[in-house]
Design a protein around this ligand. Sequence first.
Ligand code: GRF
Length: 220
Amino acid sequence: MASRDGPASPQTLALVVPQVRLPKPPRPLRVGVMASGQGSNFEALVMASRHGGLFAEVVGLVVNNPQSMALARAKGLNVPATVINHRHYSSREALDHVLVNHFSSLQVDVLVMAGWMRIVSPVLCRAYGKRLVNIHPSLLPAFRGINAMEKALAAGVCITGCTAHLVVPDVDAGPILIQAAVPIYPKDTMATLAPRIQAQEHRILPMAVAMAGQHLWHGQ
Ligand code: GRF
């Protein structure tokens, strides 16, 4: 019987990605990214748009945290980046209005929360509708909210993963676009599990952006 203590090949990934065949958009999608931390998902999107199958251009990054590593990545990748510090705004709505104005000026089609550690308000959700995407390190609806990987480890589940989903004004709750399943092995710690999940995030997020972009051409 399969269990967390059962035999497993440590590097084997249980990856579940549906075969997504989408019509090619009439022009490259203009993608905006919001990040707070390391920015590896931001970089994955840039690489997918330049060298992978994502027919898109990442036209701008916003970080809320001036220390975010994503800023350095943007510089190295030559993507325009802006700091919009949430501490300078009195409410979530005030911050989101500034974000909407910023990304509107860049004519962004699909906006991605790639490790954006802020709860968004209806202002952002209304502006981008089905073209606002989040990446979350669990198989939603399991382990919503922060520390999802830690929660999966603590719960003793054998399989976790990541989810790319549309954003609604409730945390990690919007319609699921695509998921990848990742096994948890008996000796896993955050140090071993996190990179395994992130590798799959980098794979599914570009697909999810392409899926969300379809809403542009199909009037939703
Ligand atoms: C990812 O694990 C994502 O699922 C979560 O925040 C993390 C961001 O990582 N929302 P990075 O900054 O893209 O490296």
